[in-house]
Design a protein around this ligand. Sequence first.
Ligand code: HEC
Length: 155
Amino acid sequence: MKNSVMLICVLCFIGLTVNSYSENTPHNGSHGMRHEMPSVKDERISLGLSPAMKQHQLANMRNHVEAVQSIIGLLSEGAFDKASHIAYSKLGLTEEMKKMCNSFENENFKNLGLAFHKSGDALGDTLKTKDITKSLGALHTTMTYCVQCHATFRQ
Ligand code: HEC
């Protein structure tokens, strides 16, 4: 009993500590009361998006992660054609994605976005071969863009 009370206290403390270190709380900065935490400072390049663009981008991103999840599930069932269709339509360079990428002012971000979507089309091509090893390699290449962009840019 005593132990579980202790555990809850410790967990609360960890929760509070993590929360106070978080940079992305909605009021951060607006009251000038938070301490600067240089060790956890977000050094990524900001895209300076408007609130509407932020929501649009995040919704797009959630679609991307869902597409990857679907592709992995379909691969585990050997459903290469369906996986290929998702790669083209959700990760590939569709007209909608081309427009979206081209709307960004940051040239490096734009180019990274376009290269990422081209890799989505290449993934679609590779999945059509029904070769699991090649397909996983192509998915890895596409996901390398996710990782690279997230490491470099923030909203
Ligand atoms: C060209 C850049 C770029 C690429 C490529 C990219 N993202 Fe993102 N993504 C972003 C940015 C910018 C954010 C916002 C991050 C921030 O401000 O902290 C983001 C946020 C996200 C989020 C958070 C969504 C939310 O609602 O909070 C998810 C999930 C995500 N990306 C998944 C992916 C996946 C999966 C891929 C690859 C299949 C991918 N992204 C490729 C730029 C990119």
